[in-house]
Design a protein around this ligand. Structure first.
Ligand code: NIG
Ligand code: FE
Length: 418
């Protein structure tokens, strides 16, 4: 048995503890469960006690010297951040497209000309599993350095069975070998592969009949995602794919209403998707339907900034009763970042979330969007000891001092990893 760890004297300990089950909405998105002069006691990677330092001094008065003491005086302590939407496993990079876009080309122009997702698909098909493993490891290290301890990862740069399997197997190996928890999503319908151009329905058949059964049998994914967008997959095609995935036990997610309003939010609510992502152009009806169905809005303000688009209506969604999560969307085209702290800042600046809402969106609600709320996303007894100690003294200061990495140290399952 390893030595217990006692983190004590946190200026602010944001536990996010609550009796409410499920994703937080409305006022509950502001309840951080703050403890001043807070303490955490950790044994075997699990949180054993949470309270004020005085409370824990009493509770453990017989064995204070058994623990390794971590002094968090003047520091904010939060749960490890959770990133519920990434395309982190990919080959190559696309910095030349960044320049093309600055010169006026749009994201969809580049994709329709064979670049964008198609370019990364070519590079990912060419890369060996080992190369993808090594490239992705570096990105995961960067996530950890920014306080992120759990991420979702999507396939979708293969769009053929062989490469989709390769991406998902890389995630499986990373889950076993890297400290970060990585939750896998199958996204075979990330674009229409060039060999199926004009035959989208045939690709949908292939995905449903030939890819889904194997991915499900090998237990390589928990979620199923589709890029439902004008010129990519229609809501009808997306529905077929997601309903088929459900029959294999895969939970639906949707890239919805990113570039144009297209009924994606409505579809997410209708089919019981756990979350709808992007939503820059979601309609008012779609937002209402999501609130009613309990669909989580996974919003990606770094992507909006990077594509120079107006961010999703985060404030309006929260006010309408939608549970909001936020994410980097880490990918080589529309958001090549691993910085969840930056995404939290942007959620405040460009979507008008409050600093408290932004923190919940990046922890507890993010965990709900990938079904990990029982293990991570808040600091409560029995949960994984995934913890960040920040150099700032408060969560308000963390959200205010933007564009800087304020991480002091990161603990994953009770082990110091940064
Ligand atoms: O979520 N919108 C579709 N997919 C990704 C971008 C992928 C890429 O450009 O490589 C996204 O933004
Ligand atoms: Fe995405």
């Amino acid at each position: 048995m390893t030595k217990p760890i006692w983190i004590k004297h946190a200026a602010q300990l944001a536990t996010l503890a609550s009796n409410e089950l499920g994703p937080r909405t409305k006022e509950a998105m502001s309840n951080l469960g703050l403890i001043e002069d807070g303490s955490l006691w950790i044994e075997d990677g699990i949180i054993q006690a949470v309270g004020t330092t005085t409370e824990l001094e009493k509770k453990y008065s017989d064995k204070p010297h058994e623990a390794e003491i971590v002094d968090a005086t003047n520091h904010l302590v939060t749960p490890g951040l959770v990133d519920p939407h990434t395309h982190v496993v990919y080959g190559g990079s696309r910095e030349h497209e960044f320049e093309m876009r600055l010169e006026g080309a749009t994201y969809m122009d580049i994709m329709n000309a064979g670049g964008g997702i198609h370019a990364t698909t070519r590079m990912t098909r060419e890369a060996t599993e080992q190369e993808l493993f090594e490239q992705t490891t570096r990105r995961l290290d960067s996530f950890l350095a920014h306080g992120v301890t759990t991420i979702e990862g999507k396939s979708g740069y293969g769009m053929n069975l062989e490469t989709e399997l390769k991406q998902l197997r890389v995630m499986k190996r990373l889950q076993e070998q890297h400290p970060i928890d990585i939750v896998p999503t199958f996204m075979g319908a990330h674009a229409v592969p060039p060999e199926y151009k004009g035959r989208e329905d045939e690709f949908v058949d292939y995905l449903i009949n030939d890819m889904l059964p194997i991915i499900a049998a090998e237990k390589l994914a928990e979620f199923n995602d589709v890029f439902c967008e004008k010129g990519v997959y229609t809501p009808e095609q997306a529905e077929r794919i997601l309903e088929a995935g459900k029959r294999f036990g895969l939970i639906p997610k949707i890239h919805a209403d990113e570039i144009e309003p297209y009924g994606g939010a409505e579809l997410a609510a209708k089919i019981g998707a756990i979350s709808a992502e992007h939503l820059l152009k979601a309609s008012d009806e779609g937002i209402k339907a999501m609130a009613k169905a309990g669909t989580i809005a996974c919003l990606l303000p770094a992507t909006a900034l990077y594509l120079r688009e107006e961010a999703a209506a985060g404030r309006k969604m929260i006010d309408a009763g939608v549970a909001v999560a936020i994410s980097t969307d880490c990918n080589p085209g529309s958001s090549p970042t691993t910085s969840m702290p930056l995404v939290m800042n942007l959620a405040c600046i460009s979507m008008r979330l409050t600093p408290a809402e932004s923190l919940i969106a990046a922890t507890y609600n993010a965990a709900c969007a990938i079904n990990r709320q029982d293990q991570v996303g808040s600091l409560e007894v029995g949960k994984q000891a995934d913890i960040v100690i920040w150099k700032t003294k408060s969560y308000q200061e963390l959200q205010y001092l933007f564009g800087v990495n304020h991480v002091k140290s990161v603990w994953k399952k009770g082990i110091k990893v940064v």
